[in-house]
Design a protein around this ligand. Structure first.
Ligand code: ATP
Length: 215
């Protein structure tokens, strides 16, 4: 069973990596594939180039067997729609159980995603939850939940796609936006992201760090 975790990763940080690792361990994923998006459809465009975001991701998970990095979205022009990515993965892995991992915040906007209902034709959806953040109780998303939801992670292995699981993870109040702000103001962002990622940021002069850092 393979986990898929997409994002801009501008930069990748412990708020991405820790919950993804917890899901890998607790739902028994063979590996989590990190999929950096090329042209994210729902948000402002990244500050770092695709090559720089890839260098940061590779630095973050280089020696960790729980993660791999998948660059297929960089190879496609136009918006990086998740549905297209899933179709391309499915073409390579017929029959493999695929689980798309997303945060509850992202899930609440899920019905605005490109052809969102078709996503479960290609993968499961695992929504990372935390106390107090509930799924919608009414509307088309609530209907979608009641149609596809399973209570137990072991069920995901029994099928290749089509199921929805809510799973609690440790969520850390870390965002790429905050890290970029800290660095742009000349402060240190250590302990919010791997040191190896900070090294790429400094060597590339990313996020207006220039030469301000103290080593
Ligand atoms: P930015 O602040 O630039 O918007 P971001 O840090 O929120 O970026 P993205 O790379 O765009 O991160 O997010 C990728 C995925 O990771 C999304 O599904 C998002 O919900 C999730 N995510 C981001 N930060 C966290 C966090 N601290 N805890 C859990 N999930 C997170």
């Amino acid at each position: 069973m393979i986990g898929l975790f997409g994002g801009t990763f501008d930069p990748v940080h412990f708020g991405h990596l820790r919950p993804a690792l917890e899901l890998q361990q607790s739902i028994g994923l063979d590996v989590v594939r990190l999929l950096p998006s090329h042209v994210p459809p729902h948000r402002s465009q990244p500050h770092a180039s695709p090559q720089q975001r890839l260098a940061m991701l590779r630095a973050a998970v280089a020696d960790d067997p729980a993660f791999t990095v998948d660059t297929r979205e960089f190879e496609r022009e136009g918006p990086s729609y998740t549905l297209h990515t899933l179709k391309s993965l499915r073409a390579e892995m017929a029959g493999t159980s695929l689980s798309l991992l997303i945060g509850m915040d992202a899930f609440r906007e899920f019905s605005s995603w490109h052809r969102w209902r078709e996503i479960l034709d290609y993968s499961h959806l695992v929504v990372m939850t935390r106390p107090g953040k509930l799924p919608p109780e009414q509307g088309e998303l609530a209907d979608f939940v009641s149609l596809h939801r399973v209570a137990d992670a072991t069920t995901l292995k029994s099928r290749a796609s089509g199921l929805l699981l809510f799973h609690p993870v440790t969520q850390l109040e870390i965002s790429g936006t905050e890290i970029r702000k800290i660095l742009a103001s000349g402060k240190r962002a250590d302990f919010l992201l791997p040191k190896s990622v900070l090294e790429v940021i400094y060597s590339e002069g990313l996020y207006a760090t220039g030469k301000q850092h103290g080593g």
